[in-house]
Design a protein around this ligand. Structure first.
Ligand code: ADP
Ligand code: MG
Length: 569
């Protein structure tokens, strides 16, 4: 006979054995003892205020480190709350391991407390969903779940633990030994396809490289920078592909994005899907004759939406490294005197002038451009930027430049609002453990902040120095002028006349910091903004909120295309 162990201990030790270092969650029946077992197994446990935010935090840490983190939640509603997070992880292709408690098996079918068919319900939102049938099989299931979350196209996995399995005790010698974390296999490209890609690039008159978050996830920054620098090809990044090559590079033609997409004749697509973010790769946003060289780790993704001229299943790192070698051998360099470069540069200049003009209008109430210009000029170059909201995220994306890979986290492919605070918590923990000098700036629209705003308490409890900037227009898309808002409140028909997108006028989100006896900042002018950022960055033992009141009807600069409606499918 060996020593007796219970399911909680076996599960905690298995997670640790598979390299899971952080778990975010909320405890309650039946996972209270499990949370303690996790800490006993030397895993960091971060208690959150909503399971959704816990799942957002875990997946962001998975993206930042390349190693999956876990989510711990109670049965029934707790598990259901994680689904928004699992769907977001799955659609962003980020790894996350969700661990749900469930009602004891002998209460199933007779109305058990929080009884819920969790394994089946989780299945559409993940790559793998299972319930280990016995304590002895827990290590095997945990190994499989962790492996599936990170191998191939990364994603979410779910494991279900009935109360009776967690508390069941077994003789430790009866548990089969389990191997530790396996390496993620590196996928190499077909060399014939690489040659086809290089030939096509060589013939291009109007080439364009698009860098997606698959390139960021693959940690291909060295290879992609070499490609851009050696070839002199113009590139643009998708929202979270930003920073793989610095946004400040001369070869970044982000400000000419619409024109570049529309006119390019050959596109090298590095870890980005031709989905809504890239207007499906179709006319009128793209040329009908464009030839796409697509590189993706998932074979099923190849030719999705449009047929690629060259489709390569590969990791971005290995494929780009081979493309670089071949281009160098051929002494390929796309000349700056080509008409294509001139057209792109001109367009970039024109757009920069328009934005500078809008940013120079600093009359209160402020507009987005003035806020972002001054925010960008006053935050550290190497900070991790978290961003969500509608205009706040869209305008912020073009004005808050990233020089480093994986330094931008936003609403992503699923367009999820409420991710910001969880992402910021993950980013701050990442900094604390791996890059202690870096700061996290969490730029939130006022509506977006509302979804998970209570996580400010989590940030305070774990002393995470996150600067939350609420860009406050008092509404969703647009808000109401204070006087108009007051009239609406006084009209005896509040629910019939308050515009659905309207939020309370000039809400003092900065006063949330009073909950912790700490300072928040109320900002209405550019000098106040600069002063607040300076003060906020001095705070190292917890979060702060900078509440920036902007014009409730502030808008984006005129766009050539409406963001979704104009693609011809
Ligand atoms: P973006 O939002 O930047 O456009 P997407 O999330 O649409 O990016 O696409 C990312 C793509 O990258 C996915 O199709 C995914 O399969 C792919 N991908 C993820 N990791 C890797 C990797 N290591 N190598 C190559 N492709 C990857
Ligand atoms: Mg708003």
């Amino acid at each position: 006979m060996g020593e007796e162990v219970d399911g909680n201990t076996v599960l905690a030790q298995s997670l640790k054995q598979q390299g899971v270092e952080f778990i975010f969650g909320i405890i309650g029946y039946p996972v209270i003892e499990l949370s303690m077992a996790l800490q006993m197994a030397d895993i960091h446990y971060v208690g959150m205020r909503n399971e959704q935010a816990a799942c957002y935090a875990a997946q962001a840490l998975g993206y930042l480190t390349g190693n999956p983190a876990g989510v711990l939640c109670v049965s029934g509603p707790g598990v259901l709350h994680t689904f928004a997070g699992m769907a977001n992880a799955q659609i962003n292709c980020w790894p996350v391991v969700v661990i749900g408690g469930s009602s004891p098996q002998d209460h199933e079918g007779i109305g058990g407390f929080q009884e819920c068919n969790q394994v089946e319900l989780a299945r559409p939102y993940c790559k793998y969903s299972a319930r280990p049938p016995s304590v002895s099989l827990i290590p095997l299931h945990v190994e499989k779940a962790v492996r599936l979350s990170k191998n191939g196209r990364p994603g979410a996995v779910y494991l279900d633990f009935p109360a009776n399995i967690l508390s069941a005790k077994v003789d430790s010698t009866t548990i089969p030994r389990q191997y530790g974390p396996t390496e993620i296999p590196l996928i190499y490209p077909d060399p014939v396809k690489i040659q086809e890609a290089v030939e096509l690039l060589g013939q291009a008159k109007r080439p364009l490289v698009i860098v997606g978050k698959g390139a960021a996830y693959s940690r291909a920054e060295k290879e992609v920078n070499e490609l851009i620098n050696a070839s002199n090809l113009p590139f643009l990044a998708t929202p979270m592909g930003k920073g793989v090559v610095p946004d400040t590079s001369d070869r970044c033609i982000g400000p000419a994005r619409s024109l570049a997409l529309q006119k390019a004749d050959v596109i090298l697509l590095l870890g980005a899907r031709l989905n809504w973010i890239l207007h499906f790769g179709r006319p009128e946003r793209f040329s009908p004759d464009v030839k796409v060289i697509q590189i993706d780790i998932l074979a099923e993704e190849l030719h999705n939406s449009v047929k690629s001229a060259v489709a390569i299943q590969s990791d971005i790192k290995t494929a780009v490294s081979q493309i670089v070698d071949s281009l160098k051998q051929k002494k390929f360099e796309f000349s700056s005197s080509e008409e294509w470069w001139k057209v792109l540069k001109r367009k970039c200049e024109d757009n920069r002038k328009i934005v500078d003009g809008m940013a120079s209008d600093v009359q209160p109430p402020l507009n987005y451009y003035a806020v972002f210009k001054n925010l960008y000029e006053n935050i550290p170059e190497d900070c991790i930027i978290v961003s969500e909201g509608a205009n706040t995220m869209d305008i912020g994306r073009s004005m808050l430049l990233n020089k480093l890979p994986r330094h931008r986290l936003d609403a992503g492919t699923f367009g999820t609002m409420g991710v910001g605070p969880g992402f910021a918590i993950a980013a701050a923990l990442y900094c604390r453990h791996y890059e202690p000098k870096k700061r996290v700036i969490c730029v939130e629209g006022d509506s977006a902040f509302g979804f998970s705003g209570m996580e400010i308490e989590t940030m305070a409890r774990y002393k995470l120095p996150i600067t939350v900037v609420v860009v406050n227009n008092s509404g969703i898309y647009t808000g109401m002028e204070p006087e108009v808002f007051k009239d609406i409140q006084d009209s005896g028909e509040i629910t019939k006349v308050t515009p659905p997108g309207c939020l309370s006028s000039c809400t003092r989100y900065d006063n949330m910091m009073a909950l912790f006896g700490k300072p928040g900042f109320f900002v209405q002018t550019v000098p106040e903004l600069k002063e607040a950022i300076g003060q906020a960055l001095k705070i190292e033992d917890g979060p702060t909120v900078i509440n920036v009141i902007i014009n409730p009807t502030a808008d984006r600069k005129p766009q050539t295309f409406n963001w979704l409606t104009e693609s011809k499918l």
